[in-house]
Structures are given as structure tokens and as C-alpha cells.
Design a protein around this ligand. Structure first.
Ligand code: TYC
Length: 102
């Protein structure tokens, strides 16, 4: 955009940044070893789901291989992945949590 000033000078200014920030899905992946109850606890603790919602998402992951836990800005999504992975490993479970751009 060009702005004309009273003294006749032109000032080139950048176009306003109106793009929303990129968003990232956080997903859980199925495996054969992580207990169903543990996955439900993860969804309640880190994604603030009630038990009913958490159970539905856990069963979707169990039956379809993966499921979305939520959609967040990059840094929030990365923190969720790190927290879930640390919690799973500290309980000796192989649960996989990943992020992908929406
Ligand atoms: N498939 C696991 C079982 O039968 C349960 C499970 C669900 C594991 C979701 C991981 O992300 C997962 N115990």
C-alpha cells in the first residue's frame, strides 16, 4: 500500500497482516499395548475432556487407528505432544501423540 503525504512524499507501507496463525491438529495413534483406561485419563488430563467424550475419542482411535484430540497454535500443540509423551513414557506405555498442520 502507498501513502501520499502532504509534502508530496510517498511512503510504502506493508499490507496489513491479516492471515490467521497456522493451526495444528494433535492426534493420538493406536497401539496394541497402552491400556484403554490410560488413554481416557490422558484425554481428560491434557485435553480437558469429560469421561464420556474421552471414551468416545479413545474408541475412535482404537477402531480407526488415529483420532484428533484438539486443534491448537503451533507452540500449544507442541507442548501437548511433549506432555502426553512424557506422561506415557513415565508410565511405561508406548502411546504415540503427534501433531500435523491443519
Ligand atoms: N488399542 C489399545 C488397547 O486395545 C487401546 C488404545 C486406544 C491404545 C487408543 C492407544 O491411542 C490409543 N488396549
Amino acid at each position: 500500500m502507498a501513502t501520499k503525504h502532504q509534502d508530496g512524499t510517498l511512503l510504502e507501507t506493508r499490507r496489513a497482516q491479516i492471515k490467521p496463525p497456522p493451526m495444528f491438529k494433535v492426534l493420538l495413534l493406536n497401539d496394541d499395548f497402552t491400556p484403554m483406561d490410560f488413554v481416557i485419563i490422558v484425554l481428560q488430563r491434557f485435553f480437558r475432556m469429560d469421561r464420556e467424550h474421552a471414551t468416545r475419542i479413545m474408541l475412535k482411535v482404537h477402531n480407526e487407528g488415529k483420532g484428533v484430540c484438539g486443534v491448537f497454535p503451533r507452540d500449544v500443540a507442541a507442548t501437548k505432544v511433549e506432555q502426553v509423551t512424557t506422561f506415557a513414557r513415565s508410565n511405561q506405555h508406548p502411546l504415540a501423540c503427534v501433531m500435523e498442520e491443519n
